[in-house]
Design a protein around this ligand. Structure first.
Ligand code: MN
Length: 251
């Protein structure tokens, strides 16, 4: 099995190194990761400058770009094979509910999925890497399952694992995304020239954390595995919109 591994915390991140070691049990792993922390980079591609790929002493490749750049370059120009699986992580912090829109971790996996490959994003819920080994173990088992029974069509999995010792993790639940309250307001400060500068505020707390959601699962001590899709069409509103805008049709 050949795996492409990326992340958004950068090629030096402990989560990447631990997941690499875990995935090596399944086969050949190629790492292409951002040079710097690119958390919350979303699906951005760098179009306004060229990108360099350099090799670290341990063989990890790193790119002065975004998580999506890394996977895009790997799949379209770097690798001379098509990987069986694209994995991203382990991220330093949760990617639950609406976080998935902003997440660079999810974005790296998404780039693989867009190229028709099965993909898995892995996040450790609390920052700080406590019980990282639990997340790695579970991610490897999910990857192995996907490898042994390849899905009929490409899948994009978002896995979040609570920071618990292995024997305290209650198991894995397949979930849907919950929802967060809007973010905290920006924090305004003054720079040394007394000009206002703004820090983006913290993510909101859970708004929809009903049973069945990723938020609920992790709060109960389970890992949450959510299959994602990318079609943003609001199907329920299609008919209403067609009526609403009928008068603006041809003519
Ligand atoms: Mn990150």
């Amino acid at each position: 099995m050949r795996i492409l591994l990326a992340n958004d915390d950068g090629y030096l991140a402990p989560g990447l190194h631990a997941l690499y070691a875990g995935l090596r049990r399944l086969g050949e792993v190629t790492v292409v990761a951002p040079e710097q922390n690119a958390s919350a980079a979303s699906n951005a591609l760098t179009l306004n400058r060229p990108l360099s790929v350099l090799s670290a002493d341990n063989g990890f490749l790193y790119v002065n770009g975004t998580p999506s750049d890394c996977v895009h370059i790997a799949l379209t120009g770097l690798l001379d094979f098509r990987p069986d699986l694209v994995v991203s992580g382990v991220n330093n912090g949760a990617n639950l509910g609406d976080d998935t829109i902003y997440s660079g971790t999810v974005a790296a996996a998404t780039e693989g999925y867009l190229f028709g490959l099965p993909a898995l994003a892995v996040s450790l819920v609390q920052k700080g890497w406590a019980h990282l080994d639990t997340a790695v173990d579970l991610a490897v088992r999910v990857a192995q399952q996907v490898a042994e029974q390849p899905p009929q069509s490409p899948v994009l999995f978002n896995l979040n694992v609570p920071n618990l010792p292995r024997d305290q993790l209650r198991g894995l639940q397949v979930t849907r995304l919950g929802k967060r309250h809007p973010s905290q307001p920006v924090v305004m400060q003054r720079n040394p020239r007394n000009e206002p500068v703004y820090w983006i505020g913290s993510a909101g707390d859970a708004l929809d954390d009903q049973p069945g959601t990723d938020f609920h699962a992790i709060a109960q001590g389970y890992a949450a595995l959510t299959p994602l899709q990318l079609d943003l069409t609001h199907y329920r509103l299609l008919e209403d919109c067609r009526k609403r805008f009928a008068a603006l049709g041809p003519g």
